[in-house]
Design a protein around this ligand. Structure first.
Ligand SMILES: Nc1nc2c(ncn2[C@@H]2O[C@H](COP(=O)(O)OP(=O)(O)OP(=O)(O)O)[C@@H](O)[C@H]2O)c(=O)[nH]1
Length: 307
């Protein structure tokens, strides 16, 4: 019963003239045959003009007036060459387009047997705003899941993930790499003497000192409690021990001030250097044993793992 309707053409015409969506028909040579008022608005066209309008000319005029479709490259001729290549490449195409003024639209292009092309344009700015804020939330959540809340450096998971991806990269280049484990000495005393808040601030302070002492491309993470790990890619044991000592000295040289009281700090460090065929767990285990040795030997020192 719905496949026949009296006076369908007039009714459709009435809807086309009032809808907020843009509609236009182009002939097989890309000249505009018809557009509704919304389409005319979207491309700043005068529907009463007698001059035949070519699709490329519409794009050019809009671009020259910084209206209509945004052209990211800033090169309209390159953009036109691209659109004319893809425009009739399939009988039906659906794609999103952003405008110079920040609005977003969903375009569809449909061709018929005579190679005439029907363009339909629907504004989707509000959906895009929601989509963008969701994407931002997802990336914020991802970042939060990999960040240690107290010190704002990477957490254990971030360190392990980065080390694993560095290891697979390193397997292609075949160099050695090092894990340093830093553990604050007598940290329990800081908490017990000055309180947990002082302990938290000490951890933040130490994290920033380690960050300042290593190279920008080294990877720092808080492994847990008062233990930090630093992964040094493409670094042999000698260089690694030098970096570890430089960092240890920087920490031992600064007294941390908490509510007018000076807190002396030091770290013990374990160093493990292995070839690229090693796993994170191998590096961690060796560095942990070396760290134990540093503690055992009196703390505030660096020990490289020896088999
Ligand atoms: N303030 C604070 N303390 C923490 C945090 N995480 C772990 N700790 C404390 O760190 C202390 C670690 O103590 P221990 O494992 O005995 O180590 P230590 O006192 O540094 O002794 P050594 O490592 O042997 O030199 C414990 O008192 C934990 O409660 C934290 O996020 N904030």
């Amino acid at each position: 019963m719905f496949d026949v309707c009296d006076d369908i053409q007039n009714r459709l015409q009435e809807f086309l003239e009032m809808t907020r969506d843009g509609y236009a028909i182009f002939d097989s040579n890309e000249y505009l045959i018809y557009c509704n008022p919304s389409f005319a608005d979207l491309f700043s066209l005068d529907r009463k003009t007698k001059t035949p309008l070519h699709w490329e000319q519409i794009l050019r005029t809009n671009f020259a007036n910084r209206r209509g479709v945004r052209v990211d490259s800033g090169d309209i001729e390159q953009f036109i060459a691209y659109t004319s290549k893809v425009r009739r490449s399939r009988p039906y195409r659906l794609f999103e387009v952003d405008y110079f003024d920040g609005r977003w639209f969903l375009f569809s292009e449909q061709t018929n047997a005579k190679q005439e092309l029907l363009m339909q344009i629907k504004e989707i700015t509000s959906q895009k705003v929601i989509e963008e804020s969701l994407q931002k939330n997802v990336s914020n959540l991802k970042a939060a899941a990999l960040t240690d809340e107290l010190t704002q450096v990477g957490n254990r998971r971030a360190l392990v993930e980065s080390v694993k991806s560095e290891l697979s990269r390193c397997r292609r280049t075949g160099v050695s790499m090092t894990l340093l484990l830093f553990d604050l000495d007598f940290f329990k005393n800081v908490n017990d003497t000055y309180g947990h808040q002082a302990g938290d601030e000490v951890l933040q302070h130490v994290a920033s000192l380690i960050k300042g002492a290593i190279r920008p491309y080294d990877i720092l993470g808080r492994i847990g409690g008062e233990e930090f790990g630093v992964f040094l890619s493409n670094t042999n044991q000698k260089e690694a021990v030098m970096i570890a000592n430089r960092t240890r000295e920087a920490i031992a040289a600064t007294e941390f001030e908490y509510q007018g009281q000076q807190i002396k700090l030091s770290v013990s460090v374990g160093v493990s250097t292995l070839g690229c065929d090693a796993e994170f767990e191998d590096l961690y285990q060796q560095a942990d044993e070396a760290l134990y040795e540093s503690k055992h030997q009196g703390r505030n020192r660096v020990t490289a793992y020896k088999a």
